[in-house]
Design a protein around this ligand. Sequence first.
Ligand code: EPU
Length: 418
Amino acid sequence: MDKFVVQGGARLEGSIAVGGAKNSALPVMAACLLTSEPVLLRRIPRVRDIRTMQRLLVDIGARAEWSRGHLHVQAAEILSPEAPYELVKTMRASSLVLGPLVARAGRARVSLPGGCAIGARPINLHVAGLEQLGARIRQIHGYVEAEAPNGLRGAGIRFDRVTVTGTEDLIMAAVLAAGETVLENAAREPEVADLCQLLVRMGARIEGAGTPTIRIQGVERLHGAEHTIIPDRIEAGTFLIAGAITGGDLLVAGCDPEHLSALVAKLQQAGAEVLPEGPDALRVRTSARLRSADVETQEYPGFATDLQAQYMALMTQAEGIAIITETIFENRFMHALEMARMGANIRLEGRQAIVAGPRELTGAGVIASDLRASASLVLAALVARGETVIDRVYHIDRGYEKIEEKLAGVGARIRRVE
Ligand code: EPU
């Protein structure tokens, strides 16, 4: 298993490039199952979760190949409408094929994901929504089996709580359902809107993407299309925090500043200078000491839970007490205990982490528990005195493309060892 070895203390300077959004690429790849025609996808990041989704599409019967940096997917036929436990247990987002498979093939068999390092994360809302669209559902032997031999029917569906992949799954089911579907309390994340943009290019009729109410008029079939996915706002946010925490001067290039406004507001409140440089870059600089600023995670456009761990690393270096409240997942504080081993002063009380800073961090051996937790440990290591060894970096490889090379390119002393 690979590890990262980081020598702390380097200021990050220069320009760092953001790749395509993993959480946009995953539903967009699943959407390719909705047509027999070819779909060309640009800016898909080369990360492990994408390889897992590619494998899943191929197992289902699609072709999914890289050519000149783009991903070409064609699901001419659905041979096996299944997502087996072996894949779902390594990546929960595999459940994104449920909606498209029922819509296109009239049936699907998808493993239930089971527990996760950050919370229970059930998919009951995906399943309930599909039932409302007329699918017959059975849950047996750890699998969801869905059938709609005569196709799905549009319906009014109100989500009990906001779910990102749940919204995406049901949009993909509804685009081929007969009649109108109205999704209420839908997720407003930019990744949902990006998926809808591809679907519309494929011939779907969707209104209200990016708002809580999404209206879909079902069509009989979808056709091939080309699409460039949005930049990864979480990778961009991680780099902004890397610039701020090291007291550096970093240009985060190829991002969408609008998608980062909640983080940018917090960074400014904490005393970092963050300014746009053109339409698709942000420059972060910190000269004065950082100040604490409380954060509560929220659905988009609020502060992303996927940046909470990284922000906690930043708050260990800020003057004062910061209260970080996690409202999306019930157990997303594993990184706090690892940061405490590096010297951070963090107290956990239910859904809140109380961070008292600034504290000098010292290098230590730490273990990454999930994707964003690993990123936060890299950030903590960048400012720690001495050497930090981060174990289980396969978590970070799920969602960050060559993060060690990108950070080393702007001055970080980080290397991967086998
Ligand atoms: N929930 C339910 N029932 C459901 C679905 C969700 O109770 O049927 C609950 C979850 O347990 C959670 C909350 O609703 O407490 C929100 O979960 P959501 O469904 O929105 O999360 P997700 O779709 O599984 C996506 C991202 C996550 C990100 C969350 C929240 C993808 C592939 N994953 O997950 O990304 O944290 O939205 O923004 O889009 C990551 O990239 O590291 C990551 C975990």
